[in-house]
Design a protein. Structure first.
Lengths: 62, 194
């Protein structure tokens, strides 16, 4: 997979949405590329922040 | 120190400069925890139990199960504090990830058992840091309805990309792009936050 394409996986990786080949390819990219790691960290931060906006919902939704 | 804010999370707000920032307290607590200091666990719990409970409750919509997740997460914090790597994100992100993972595991087990969710007990969770919460909500509001919906299915229901595509009756590529675009927009919008 090309580097650019791999970096595009960072937001999905932060959400835990990757599996199989993609997950392995991304993990490998993150291990060798500081940019990739920075992206992952930035998106993991976003994932953490989203939870701040989440008042618990009742059983019937919003 | 905690007086103006929710006791659980205290660093937000206009008086940030005069309070001890959470981000400087938590790593120290984690260091103490990894050294086996039990009193640090209590302090860590006071800081984050509300946040953890809020996320678990939002995902599970069941007060008892959310409490179980809180217990599990803090046991995990105690056991794995030494593994926390500041280079990989803030303590808050670390504990949020742990909470989401555990809550989503339960959600999946529940789905596997074909159980209906129990009664939710909203309201008792900690108010998150007010300013940040407002900023995040605003950022989420800035997304298109489609982007938000796809993101919510991933975030709160723990669906896989394929499951989201199926649920929305959209091609997988569209779903991926939507979630990726949503995350990029959120990242840009939330960049200024501390």
């Amino acid at each position: 997979m090309r580097e650019e394409r791999l970096r595009e996986l960072a937001p999905l990786a932060a959400l835990g949405l990757l599996d199989g080949e993609e997950a392995a390819a991304f993990a490998e990219a993150a291990a060798r590329s500081p940019e990739c790691r920075r992206d992952l960290e930035a998106f993991e931060r976003v994932v953490g922040l989203i939870s701040l906006a989440a008042p618990p919902r009742g059983p019937d939704g919003e | 120190l905690h007086s103006e804010f929710d006791p659980v999370i205290m660093s937000a707000g206009p008086t940030r400069s005069t309070t001890t920032p959470l981000e400087s307290v938590a790593p120290t607590l984690l260091q103490r925890l990894s050294g086996g200091d039990q009193s640090a666990l209590g302090e860590f719990y006071d800081l984050y139990a509300g946040l953890v409970n809020g996320i678990a409750l939002r995902i599970l919509r069941d007060a008892t199960e959310a409490e179980d997740v809180v217990q599990e997460v803090f046991v995990q914090v105690w056991r794995q504090a030494a593994r926390y790597d500041p280079g990989r994100g803030t303590p808050e992100a670390w504990i949020c990830t742990m909470t989401r993972t555990r809550a989503l595991d339960r959600l999946r087990r529940r789905a596997a058992r074909r159980e209906e969710p129990g009664d939710a007990a909203p309201g008792q969770s900690a108010a998150p840091k007010a300013e940040e919460a407002i900023a995040v909500r605003k950022a989420l509001d800035g997304l298109s309805a489609e982007q938000r919906h796809a993101l919510e299915l991933a975030y709160y229901e723990g669906l896989t990309q394929s499951e989201i595509a199926k649920r929305l009756d959209e091609p997988l590529g569209t779903v991926k792009t939507r979630i990726r675009t949503a995350m990029i927009r959120l990242r840009e919008a939330l960049e200024p936050l501390p």
